[in-house]
Design a protein around this ligand. Structure first.
Ligand code: NAD
Length: 497
């Protein structure tokens, strides 16, 4: 029997009392790495109570103390980058290079949280009326929670709890039940860095546990990252229960290929952005819009994609890993078959891909479709695999119109050598993260993660200044001090305009 993944409740890693568990499966060989418990309602309540208690003390700590916790945590994470990456590679399946990137990009958010004292500063206006000043301060919310997806087991938890706790909140983390192992190591390192008991709690599970957090009266805010359907459910349920919610959801990211783009650079970018991490990135490019004569590049795109091959993380030559689970693999194979039936031209079909020595792995080879139209399921669905669909447009204007008709808007890129085309694209495209000759345009954490439309539900976004606003409440203070030396002071009036 595989070991149980522990809960972290009130500073102790404990075995859940739940009788229900799910296996954590290595997707390269189906080996069961651990059993993850479906946390009981009593354990969730204990986590929330403990977090409330820890938060009452933590909110009184000075800003430099909170900042120093982040500095120390950053040091420990950097020292543990490789072991953390190996945990990710083992349970998620991504290549070691990708897994190191996952950890590194999470560390960047912790580094951002180290600027806490400046980020928490409010605003001041003197003499809002004669002798009266107003200033604003930021205060923590209380207990916050975070629900994570499978595809970035380190980066996404680190999008959430470091900034939330730096702002003075306590945090309840629910990692993806498919990849819960790295989160436990993240929590151990956080405690080792000096986080007080109860500040971070870790619970496990699926829908039932998420719903318990969403409806818990003592949780003030909840961050979610995952698919569109669940994101919408989380946002609607959380708001109905008077919580602040930001829900980052699924995507279909397009790249426009203009005839004046550098051909080699564009094709390399297209292959990396569609097949990298087996296409299991919310910012993966899954649709290319070929403008004008760039449709003639398809044979070269096919050749380049064919060279990208999956494999286990221990093989340094593997370009990407397996699909996360059998159900997702079967769903993608079904969508590929549907694509063929609907009349799209399949230039490369990875459905039957095998990797020698890892016959049980969830392998899917690079897959490329041409002559795709927006009504096809292969275009409408988020595939989340190394599958690139290509559509054609006669002009930049038509390409922008096609992309803007899609309900999602996480990211979009254009490859061109024309400043005018790039400027027009940047201005008119309805996506929140725009790349100009950059295929995966995720800004560093001093900006925010800015998906639009159905790729984001909420108002304030993850990390950056908006992240600090999300995890804090603003209070304004208006002050008037009577000055006994000034005769007029007693007659002062405050104008409330
Ligand atoms: P998912 O929506 O299936 O699961 C995400 C989380 O929600 C998990 O913790 C899971 O336990 C929980 N959950 C699942 N079903 C639920 C339900 N019915 N009710 C309540 N909670 C539920 O997503 P996933 O498959 O783990 O991750 C892939 C998805 O995440 C893709 O759609 C991808 O685009 C998206 N994603 C988005 C971003 C972004 O920044 N916009 C980043 C990473 C991943």
């Amino acid at each position: 029997m595989a070991a149980h993944v522990p809960l972290l409740i009130n500073g102790r890693f404990i075995k859940s009392r739940s009788k229900q568990t799910l296996p954590v499966i290595n997707p390269t060989n189906q080996k069961i790495l651990a059993e993850v418990p479906l946390t009981t309602p009593a354990e969730i309540n204990a986590a929330v109570r403990g977090a409330q208690e820890a938060q009452r003390a933590w909110r009184e700590e000075s800003l430099p103390t909170r900042m120093r916790l982040m500095l120390e945590y950053q040091r420990l994470l950097k020292n543990n980058l490789l072991p953390l990456a190996k945990i990710v590679a083992e349970d998620n399946g991504k290549t070691l290079e990708d897994a190191k990137g996952d950890v590194f990009r999470g560390i960047e958010v912790v580094e951002f949280a180290c600027s806490l004292p400046t980020l928490m500063m409010g605003e001041t206006a003197e003499n809002v009326a004669k002798g009266v000043d107003t200033y604003s301060i930021r205060q923590p919310l209380g207990v916050c929670a975070g629900i994570c997806p499978f595809n970035f087991p380190v980066m996404i938890p680190l999008w959430m709890f470091p900034l939330a706790t730096a702002c003075g909140n306590a945090f309840i983390l629910k990692p993806s039940e498919q990849v819960p192992l790295a989160a436990i190591r993240l929590a151990e390192l956080f405690m080792q860095a000096g986080a007080p008991k109860g500040l971070l709690q870790v619970v496990h599970g699926g829908k039932e546990q998420v719903d318990a957090l969403l409806t818990h009266p003592d949780i003030r805010a909840l961050s979610f990252v995952g698919s569109v359907a669940v994101g919408r459910h989380v946002y609607e349920t959380g708001c109905r229960h008077h919580k602040r919610v930001n829900a980052l959801a699924g995507a279909k990211n397009h790249m426009i290929v203009m005839p004046d783009a550098d051909k080699n650079q564009t094709i390399n970018a297209l292959v990396g952005a569609s097949c990298g991490a087996a296409g299991q990135r919310c910012m993966a490019i899954s649709a290319a819009v070929l403008v004008g004569k760039t449709r003639q590049w398809l044979p070269d795109i096919t050749r380049a994609m064919k060279n990208a091959q999956p494999g286990p993380w221990k093989n340094p030559k593997a370009d990407f890993g397996p699909i996360i689970n059998k159900i997702s693999l079967e769903r993608i194979r079904y969508l590929i078959a549907e694509g063929k039936k609907s009349g799209a031209q399949c230039l490369l079909d990875g459905s039957k891909c095998k990797v020698t020595g890892y016959e049980k792995g969830n392998w899917l080879g690079p897959t490329l479709f041409a002559k795709v139209t927006p009504d096809m399921s292969i275009y409408k669905e988020e595939i989340f695999g190394p599958v690139l669909v290509t559509l054609e447009a006669p002009s930049l204007e038509a390409a922008i119109e096609l992309i803007n008709a899609d309900p999602r808007g996480n990211g979009a890129a254009i490859f061109t050598s024309s400043g005018a085309a790039a400027r027009r694209f940047q201005h008119e495209i309805e996506a929140g993260q725009v790349g100009i000759n950059v295929p995966i345009p995720v800004a560093l954490p001093f900006f925010s993660f800015t998906g639009w439309k159905d790729s984001f539900y909420g108002d304030l976004r993850t990390y950056g200044k908006q992240g600090v606003m999300f995890y804090t409440e603003t209070k304004t203070v208006t002050t008037r001090w009577l000055d006994s030396n000034k005769k007029t002071a007693a007659n002062m009036t405050i104008r409330l305009k």
